[in-house]
Ligand binder design. Structure first.
Ligand code: TIU
Length: 217
């Protein structure tokens, strides 16, 4: 069984029951001039994940293990956006530099060109931060016999954390790749990763992508 050097200890996984999750690598969050930057965020903190993710995707696509992408966003009429979310995110649905912000079908809502989903790789649209809430993700994984998830994407303390917590409660073992997840806030990146592996791996394992690529190559 492949094993990756990780915190709090080796992460063992089976090539037949492991999937890669790429969370919300969307233009709205990552492009200079986009929604994320318009909120005063430093998008370079997220953009440093692009190159390691390109390498990881290339290595992963050479295996038979599935890849699932997610996107955060809403229906054009915002009927799936809770008023409470809209109240604290009044820009959702407004016209931005890349179309209506976090609205499905808009340019900014889609995944960045560098990490464009490949043929046959599901893209799960989610209205919330967690990838399991109000989506078919659990069903997609369960149908494929998936038991372990390698989790990547943005942002570490928001959609990555929420998804990893949801995954734990559904019985998945999660490995989070430190160089393939990003936060606008360096301190949240560090603490967010520590929180996952603390207490003997309360939410899972944390490793660097080159260690995993070596195992699957
Ligand atoms: N994908 C995701 O994390 N959505 C967010 O809203 N993240 C923030 O950090 N705001």
């Amino acid at each position: 069984m492949p094993s990756v050097d990780a915190k709090p200890g080796p992460f063992e996984f089976d090539l037949d029951t492991t999937a890669l999750l790429v969370i919300d690598m969307q233009r709205d969050f990552l492009l200079p001039g986009g929604f994320g930057e318009s909120l005063g965020n430093d998008v370079s903190q997220l953009r440093r994940t692009i190159e390691p993710l390109e390498k990881l995707l290339a290595a992963w696509r050479a295996t038979t293990m599935p890849i699932i992408h997610t996107r955060e966003g809403h229906l054009p009429d915002l009927s799936d956006c809770p008023p409470a979310k809209l109240k604290r995110g009044p820009m959702i649905g407004q016209e931005g530099n890349f179309g209506r912000i976090l609205v499905r079908g808009e340019y900014g809502h889609d995944i960045i060109d560098e990490l464009k989903p490949g043929e046959g790789e599901p893209v799960v649209d989610k209205p919330g931060k967690g990838a399991f809430y109000a989506t078919d993700l659990h069903k997609i994984l369960d149908n494929d016999g998936i038991k372990s998830l390698v989790v990547t994407g943005v942002t570490t303390e928001v959609c990555v954390h929420t998804t990893v917590r949801e995954a734990n409660d559904r019985g998945y073992e999660c490995l989070v790749l430190a160089d393939c997840v990003g936060s606008y806030f360096p301190e949240f990146q560090q603490i967010g990763l520590e929180m996952i592996a603390a207490q003997g791996g309360i939410f899972g394992w944390v490793a660097e992508s080159p260690a995993l690529i070596e195992e699957i190559a």
